[in-house]
Design a protein around this ligand. Structure first.
Ligand SMILES: [Zn+2]
Length: 255
């Protein structure tokens, strides 16, 4: 079950102004769907987007940089303790210390925060915004892993838009070539194998049409017993020279 209410306050690291987004109290993975590119969709467990845009100065920033802080609304006091504990755990703060002084004092103020958070959802960025965000986000990624997470977020969003896999809407992309080039650039970064290969290395080779390389990586993964159910399906699509992202099927493998 989702109980969604207390907003998460983010502070823009550039202009210092606030942005409020939604949070959830509890969720589950019911209805989860997974795709070959590692995209998972949990309808009952949405999470704040790791990349956010300031609505005031239009700067893009990482969620972690924005001092995320849950605003406890007075109208739901009974949930407060559990809620703070959960959210503080999520954002790595010591429980029950960091928050109380920011409670909004009036009902009117509460309603305003709640409305703003509802409108912002979880701060998810669309494809156009993610393309634009690269200039702000990538220079501030401290590790190769953080950069790869950003590349993957773009690849997922690109595939979402191209396939309409989550909402069934096939969007028409203006500047399609530009987005395709960015997709190829980022996907290529994700094909690089360091040490042991990852499923995403194989999948990105396949999506770029490098089928022989994808097949070789799949065999290495299968030999190592890594991600067997997904890798077998990726291998089959690579052998068929199919570069399209596809939804993974788990049930037939179990029978
Ligand atoms: Zn700002």
């Amino acid at each position: 079950m989702i109980i969604s209410d207390n907003p998460l306050r983010l502070t823009c690291p550039r202009c210092g102004r606030f942005k409020h987004i939604r949070t959830i109290l509890s969720g589950n993975t019911f209805g989860a769907r997974g795709w070959s590119d590692g995209q998972w969709y949990y309808p009952m467990m949405p999470q704040p987007s790791p990349y956010q845009k300031c609505p005031q100065c239009r700067h893009y920033f990482l969620l972690d940089e924005a001092k995320p802080k849950v605003i406890i609304l007075k109208s739901i006091p009974s949930e407060e303790r559990a809620y703070r504990k959960r959210m503080n755990r999520l954002f790595g703060r010591s429980p029950l210390q960091d928050i109380p002084d920011v409670d909004p004092s009036t009902q009117k103020e509460e309603d305003k925060l709640r409305r703003e958070a509802k409108n912002n959802w979880f701060g998810e960025l669309g494809l156009y915004e993610l393309a634009e965000a690269a200039k702000d986000i990538l220079p501030r990624c401290k590790t190769a892993k953080q950069r790869k997470e950003f590349y993957l977020a773009f690849v997922h969003e690109y595939n979402d838009v191209i396939t309409g896999r989550i909402d069934g809407i096939h969007s028409i992309l203006l500047d399609e070539d530009k987005f395709r080039l960015l997709f190829e650039e980022y996907a290529k970064e994700l094909t690089v194998v360091r040490g042991a290969p990852l499923t995403i290395n194989a999948e990105m080779c396949r999506e770029l049409g490098q089928f022989d390389r994808a097949i070789r990586i799949c065999h290495r993964l299968l030999n190592a017993g890594t991600d067997v159910v997904a890798v077998r399906q990726i291998l089959a699509h690579a052998e068929a020279h199919d570069p399209d992202v596809f939804e993974l099927h788990f049930e037939e493998e179990q029978s």
